[in-house]
Ligand binder design. Structure first.
Ligand code: GDP
Length: 195
């Protein structure tokens, strides 16, 4: 369920800073380990097109940029979907690419106002996620941590897992979401619209 007043348009895939689109609108970056539910969340936020483009062969290792336009066609917001990290074989080559264009994007992009960092609510805190958050803190980048697939947990497990994630990742607030049921999507939109 995308916010009805926006339509999503794929802008471009970038694998080098020279390919980034001109920094003209507020950007929100989406980060997370492979399989965390990033495509599903993007689908819930921005529509099927966004999730589909990002999973196209050749684009999974790029930063994929999407324009969110109002009914008059003017670009209001931009999503930057970053490559999934930290899973099996592919992670090595992806980490090699971080210094080339992902770190420069995250550290230097002036129009980047928020990093939405996804963690799986069903999985204990992961070192790679904690490292990423520490790194974002070190470059003074604002972030929001979203706990995905919350629909899979019962009430008690939810409370327990969210507490353990908050502690392991050293964050005060976690936003639980489910792309499947839509839980938390409105709250995530509110957080993004504060920008
Ligand atoms: P990505 O690799 O981070 O883009 O992850 P995907 O969006 O492809 O999701 C990975 C797997 O988790 C798929 O099998 C999805 O169906 C499942 N998944 C994603 N979001 C949810 C959710 O909110 N609830 C549940 N139950 N499963 C989810």
């Amino acid at each position: 369920m995308p916010m009805p007043r926006y339509t999503t348009q794929f802008l471009l895939s970038a694998m080098a800073p020279a390919q980034f689109p001109a920094p003209t609108v507020t950007e929100i970056a989406f980060l997370g380990r492979s399989n965390v539910g990033k495509s599903s969340l993007l689908n819930a936020l921005a529509g099927e097109k966004a999730a589909k483009v990002s999973s196209t062969p050749g684009r999974t290792r790029a930063i994929n940029f999407f324009a969110l336009r109002d009914p008059r066609g003017s670009e209001k917001l931009r999503f930057a979907d970053l490559p999934g990290y930290g899973y099996a074989k592919i992670s090595k080559s992806i980490s090699a690419e971080w210094p080339k264009f992902i770190e420069p994007y995250l550290a230097e992009r002036g129009t980047l106002k928020l990093c939405v960092c996804l963690v799986d609510a069903n999985v204990p805190p992961q070192a790679r996620d904690a490292q990423l958050l520490d790194w974002l803190r070190s470059v003074d980048r604002e972030f929001a941590v979203v706990a995905t697939k919350i629909d899979r947990l019962s009430g008690n497990q939810r409370v327990r897992n969210l507490a353990s994630l908050r502690e392991g990742l050293k964050v005060e607030h976690l936003l639980p979401v489910s792309a499947k049921t839509g839980f938390g999507i409105k709250e995530l939109w509110s957080r993004m619209e504060e920008l």
